[in-house]
Design a protein around this ligand. Structure first.
Ligand code: S3P
Length: 180
């Protein structure tokens, strides 16, 4: 009886979604791709689904419809994808700002926060232009400010992984150790 219970819990853990959260540029998409390949699981990206649904790049959605509209579509997408287990879910950096998104994702998933410093994030994103929130005169200052505001939201994750100066391969292996 006790053995059955353990097996059931293990199986549930194995099929739970692995949900990656964290700031822009922290490596979520690359890690998610690696995890999906290794675990042979379906990969779902909230940003990709939003772009496909709207038929536009995220920068254009922000420019033409504004951030509140983007967040609305983002929440719809999160609700739709979070109910089905066994996936690797790559979340846009702002998904955790809505507590209902977090609750939905936790329903069938383990949330993993890839935690990195503002300076490391800046090194990763500098030169990239596709993120509207970082298209500002001083991106490092913007990253510092946003990260400070968002930290308590990210820390609602089930697992916090310090990923500063770590490679995508290292992060992937750490997640596999914790999850499998
Ligand atoms: C955002 C993060 C982006 C994207 C959008 C807004 C955010 O995703 O969803 O530009 O608010 O942090 P990535 O974290 O994949 O860059």
């Amino acid at each position: 009886m006790e053995y059955d219970k353990v097996m059931t819990n293990d199986k549930a853990q194995m099929t739970k979604n692995i949900v990656l959260v964290g700031f822009m540029g922290a490596g979520k998409s690359s890690v998610a791709r690696q995890l999906a390949g290794i675990l042979k699981r379906e990969l779902v990206s909230t940003d990709d689904l939003i772009e496909a649904r709207e038929g536009k790049k995220i920068a254009d959605i922000f420019a033409q419809r504004g951030e509140p509209y983007f967040r609305l579509v983002e929440s719809q997408v999160v609700r739709e994808i979070s109910g089905c287990p066994g996936r690797i879910i790559d979340c846009g950096g702002g998904v955790v700002l809505d507590p209902e998104n977090v609750a939905a994702l936790k329903g069938k998933g383990t949330l993993i926060y890839l935690k990195a410093s503002a300076e490391f994030i800046y090194e990763c994103v500098k030169g990239q232009t596709h993120r509207p929130l970082l298209r500002v005169a001083d991106p490092l200052a913007a990253i510092r400010e946003l990260l400070k505001k968002r930290q308590p939201f990210y820390e609602k994750a089930d697992i916090i992984l310090d990923t500063d100066r770590r490679s995508i391969e290292w992060i992937t292996q750490e997640i596999l150790k914790v999850i499998c």
